[in-house]
Design a protein around this ligand. Structure first.
Ligand code: FES
Length: 187
């Protein structure tokens, strides 16, 4: 798969999130609200459910827009700035739209010693994207990640929640092609 257009900047921009009023009960779906309240119920405070609430909404919408962030903050009775701090600290919360598959390529030391450079190059060439970018068809976003815990089987990457290790140029291409076909075949 080849494409030249890309749509996501690598660095997370510091978006000025205001505390503009959003009726969070109108904005968040009942499924989202129920799941958030479930998380709140097992925390000591509403504020402590910040990460889990972000994950709930991301699971439903794919990413966390400014409006989603404001609605979640209001639901948790905290400021948007406070929740933005949580969202930007946690690298699996996406504050920009991402592709159907998000590739987290490990760029820590063991992977660097065992072929990271080649794997990165293969992904970049095969998908025609760089770090922080999304293929024009919206299938893949490429991000870097710190150690994924598979150092003894490096190089490693995670795509959505699936871990891949002992990567070679051939296996990476096979993985990407396989995932691409899954999307194309989806109804
Ligand atoms: S350094 Fe890459 S998985 Fe640990």
């Amino acid at each position: 798969m080849k494409s030249n257009d890309c749509s996501l900047e690598q660095t997370i921009p510091s978006i000025m999130v205001t505390d503009e009023k959003i009726d969070f009960r109108q904005y968040l779906s009942s499924a989202e609200l129920t799941a958030i309240e479930q998380e709140v119920s097992i925390m000591a405070t509403r504020e402590a459910a910040g990460i889990e609430a972000l994950k709930v909404v991301q699971q439903h919408r794919g990413w966390i827009s400014d409006e989603s962030l404001i609605a979640i903050a209001q639901c948790l009775h905290i400021s948007s700035a406070q929740l933005e701090g949580v969202a930007t600290f946690y690298n699996l919360i996406y504050r920009q739209k991402v592709g159907h598959y998000v590739i987290h390529l490990c760029d820590s030391i063991s992977c660097h010693l065992t072929g990271y450079d080649e794997i990165l190059e293969i992904i970049k060439q095969h998908l025609s994207i760089d770090y922080g970018q999304t293929t024009v068809d919206g299938q893949f976003t490429l991000l870097s990640n710190v150690c994924l815990g598979s150092c003894d089987k490096s190089p490693a990457m995670m795509i959505n929640s699936t871990h891949y290790h002992s990567l070679t140029a051939e296996s990476v291409i096979a993985i990407l092609n396989g995932l691409s076909q899954n999307v194309e075949q989806a109804p």
